[in-house]
Design a protein around this ligand. Structure first.
Ligand code: USQ
Length: 398
């Protein structure tokens, strides 16, 4: 299949290009390198050294024996995006090209507004460019489990049957997102559903959980093929941050009681799931939703798993609780479905501790890069506004 990846320079996009090429697909993609800039704006850097796109493309061709067609540019540049789809005529378009950080979107009015216009208009442009230049392609759109929030009932995959005043219908499950970033994904969901219904586009909307990990098997040993790994408060996700904290003997920063429950999945599972979605397209006009995660865990449970993995590589990992800079429930019911991908053959890797151990071994040679930026490990972006550094708090044992 011909696959076009929007956001091909990112944490997921770069490994996905390799994963799909190793499976025989013909990959092209677009990126404006915005992720590199956002992380620099957070006064941080990737813990894993990353290389410029020219070096990445050279390594890619050496490893896989064929070139990757790359367009440098922004999804907000509609003419470029449309041309790229006209030229590449993809069977599938994987849309990963959005600003992915909840804390970044909560910093101030400027960042909130940027996040919403960048993500919502960028995704709208993808839909229009498909409609005009590649109407038979399959859009694999990266949404987030965070669209649903944490309701006190089970979470189905996108839709559920409702009975109201004696009548029944299948309707979208309510979205109760908890940041201006997560809300952009809700808006994308509505636009994508509408485009499928109205123009007959086909799409899989992926409600993905929190991803962690430093590698997939297809990367081999060439450092130019490795993906980034962020640890700052905005672009580092929970386990990735914990792993980076562990290798420099910084206490793991569990917010509040750590009772927040989320769906998590290793990077290699994310690749497997996206590959399954691409290789099993929906029919014309179909909009379907996949909840994509390996298992649900509380943040406190994950901190314990990182401590256990640390023990295996000789690290004495400490865990501290910090006052939570976010406004979120830290004790709640959470029971989402994830059956659609399993039905299509997804085999979850359940050993989180083994995956974290791989991460720690990958990160240890680069601990100086984390030490150089360690002052950004404790969060200060407040959901209620402004910046105030979190403090260590005491949590009574359960
Ligand atoms: N958390 C801590 N300590 C930390 C960092 C995070 O306790 O040092 C907590 C947060 O308060 C939150 C949970 O861990 O309760 C997850 O936070 P996160 O930063 O790992 O993930 P989140 O902000 O939800 O966003 C990430 C990705 C986003 C994706 C989302 C999937 O950045 O792009 O959409 O995961 S989900 O969480 O399922 O919505």
């Amino acid at each position: 299949m011909k696959v076009f990846i929007a956001g091909i320079d990112g944490y997921l996009g770069w490994p996905l290009a390799q994963y799909l090429t190793a499976r025989g697909h013909e990959v092209s993609g677009i990126d404006n390198f915005a992720r590199r800039q956002w992380v620099t704006n957070m006064d941080s850097q990737s813990a894993m050294p990353i290389f410029g796109m020219n070096e990445r493309l050279a390594a890619f061709e050496t490893q896989f024996g064929k070139p990757l067609r790359f367009y440098e540019g922004d999804l907000l540049d509609y003419a470029l995006l449309r041309t790229a789809l006209e030229e590449t005529q993809p069977d599938a378009i994987v849309h990963l090209g959005e600003m992915p950080s909840a804390p970044y979107s909560m910093i101030d009015q400027e960042r909130a507004s940027y996040t919403q216009s960048n993500n919502v208009i960028g995704s709208l442009n993808v839909l229009w460019a498909m409609h005009e230049a590649a109407p038979n392609a399959h859009l694999v759109k990266l949404g987030t489990m965070g669209e649903y929030g944490t309701p006190n009932v089970d979470i189905p995959e996108g839709f559920f049957e409702v009975e109201f005043r004696g009548r029944k219908d299948v309707m979208p499950f309510p979205r109760q997102a908890n940041s201006f970033y997560h809300l952009t994904k809700v808006h994308d969901t509505h636009n994508t559903m509408f485009a499928c219904r109205t123009w007959g586009l086909r799409s899989t909307d992926i409600m993905q959980g929190v991803v962690f990990g430093t590698q997939i098997d297809e990367m081999g040993d060439d450092p130019r093929l490795r993906s980034r790994l962020d640890f700052d408060q905005a672009f580092g996700t929970a386990i990735n941050r914990f792993a980076c904290q562990a290798v420099i003997d910084h206490p793991l920063t569990v917010y509040g009681s750590g009772g927040m429950k989320r769906g998590f999945l290793p990077l290699r599972d994310s690749m497997q799931c996206l590959g399954i979605a691409i290789e099993n397209p929906p029919k014309e006009g179909e909009y379907r939703v996949f909840n994509q995660f390996e298992e649900t865990y509380t943040i406190a449970e994950l901190a314990d798993k990182v401590r256990e993995a640390g023990g295996r590589v000789g690290l004495d990992v400490q865990i501290e609780h910090f006052d939570n800079p976010r406004t979120e429930r830290d004790e709640h019911y959470y029971n989402p479905d994830r059956q659609h991908l399993i039905d299509l053959g997804y085999k979850p890797h359940h050993d989180v501790v083994a995956e974290v151990e791989i991460m720690l071994r990958d990160l240890l040679p680069h601990r100086q890069r984390i030490l150089d930026k360690q002052e950004i490990l404790v969060p200060d972006i407040r959901w209620t506004g402004g910046r105030r550094r979190s403090q260590v708090i005491e949590i009574a044992p359960a």
